[in-house]
Write a new protein. Structure first.
Length: 210
């Protein structure tokens, strides 16, 4: 099964990608994580996109498509894959088609803006192992410290309230047209993503198994 996850930042795509990956035995590919790793390592790619990520802006299509093309060529993607964070524009979607990247289903995680703002502004991330906590929904056992590797948690620059608002605007302007794009292809399925993680996960598999 080859799946695209679509939704505003904070809609729960990354969390649900892990559950889908574990149950179906296919890799979840997050361009966001790959790009942040490049920024941390200060690779040429990382230096190129550092300012864009901090401002909540989109990275160029060429960078994204090159990352995806290389990753999908690896053997673990042969049975299927989950794309989280790409495509973000119709041009990227058309670029994937040009690369003959096949897609069976596009899951659209639907959630109100205010719920996203509440989720992201309270999110705290581990700069070492990439684990994510939330100050109210999933607080660490020791305040400010990662449960997994004991590193001090940070608020990512793109999780501040102002930047979240900008990211929502970017989604509406540049990514929302993908809803119509994949609806026209007959593969868009809507998953309401308010509620607990378990509730959303149940909806995801109800949709996938329908």
């Amino acid at each position: 099964m080859r799946i695209i996850l679509l939704g505003v930042p904070g809609a729960g795509k990354g969390t649900q990608a892990e559950f889908i990956s574990n149950r179906l035995g296919i890799p979840a590919l997050s361009t966001g994580n790959m790009l942040r790793a490049a920024v941390k390592a200060e690779t040429p790619l990382g230096l190129q996109v550092k300012d864009l990520l901090a401002a909540g802006e989109l990275v160029s299509d060429d960078i994204i498509l090159n990352i995806i093309k290389e990753r999908l060529a690896e053997p673990d993607c042969n049975p299927g894959y989950i794309l989280d964070g790409v495509p973000r524009t119709v041009a990227q979607a058309e670029g994937l088609e040009a690369l003959e990247v096949e897609v069976d289903t596009c899951l659209f995680f639907d959630i109100p803006d205010q719920a996203v703002i509440d989720r992201l502004s309270g999110r705290r991330s581990c700069p070492e192992c990439q684990a994510v906590h939330h100050i109210t929904a999933n607080p660490p056992q020791t305040e400010g410290i990662c449960d997994v590797c004991s590193t001090a948690l940070v608020q990512r620059p793109d999780d501040t309230t102002d930047t979240v608002g900008r990211r929502l605007e970017v989604f509406r302007e540049q990514t929302a047209p993908l809803i119509d794009f994949y609806t026209a292809k007959g593969i868009l399925k809507v998953v309401p993503s308010e509620g607990t993680v378990e509730e959303v996960t149940a909806r995801v598999f109800d949709v996938l198994e329908a």
